[in-house]
Design a protein around this ligand. Structure first.
Ligand code: FES
Ligand code: FES
Length: 163
């Protein structure tokens, strides 16, 4: 790893120094640190499987160089909730059967969270379609995904949550 340097960042609330070479992507760095919930799909920005939040905005980690996120706060889908305390989006994906093979699911949930945080907390179907347009799913046909995001948004509004 020639020319590697340590890039400080926060990942899921934990301060870390990530050793990375200049051309290393955030996807490579995160998976190298065993954040395997960040999925590697096309590795060229087409599928959205690798999406994470960087300072609250969804980005494709395969298109993001690790050196460019120095000092940033990174959130993977595991940073949103856990098995014991799932985030409303995670729970809704389960309840609505919106995950089949599940490979796309982390990226879809990250994209949905970014929409709810940054664009609208009361999305209609068009809002959800636009927000998830960069995320490909080969299994679900999307209908249950849209239902899950809509349900989670409603539950979060009713709970008065912002995230
Ligand atoms: S793996 Fe990053 S967009 Fe497909
Ligand atoms: S659930 Fe299989 S790719 Fe989306």
């Amino acid at each position: 790893m020639n020319d590697a340097k340590v890039i400080p960042m926060t990942i899921n609330g934990r301060h870390r120094g990530v050793s990375a070479s200049p051309n290393e992507t955030l996807l490579e760095s995160l998976r190298g640190l065993a954040y395997f919930e960040v999925k590697s799909g096309c590795e060229k920005g087409d599928c959205g499987a690798c999406a994470v939040l960087v300072d609250g905005e969804a980005v494709d980690s395969c298109l993001t160089l690790t050196w460019t996120v120095e000092g940033a706060s990174i959130t993977t889908v595991s940073g949103l909730g856990s098995v014991d305390a799932p985030h409303p989006l995670q729970k809704a994906f389960i309840d609505r059967g919106a995950a089949q093979c599940g490979y796309c699911t982390p990226g879809l949930i990250i994209a949905a969270q970014s929409m709810l945080d940054n664009d609208t907390r009361d999305p209609d179907e068009d809002d959800i379609r636009v927000a998830l347009s960069g995320n490909l799913c080969r299994c679900t046909g999307y209908t249950k995904v849209f239902d899950a995001v809509s349900e989670a948004a409603r539950i979060m509004r009713e709970a008065g949550e912002s995230s």
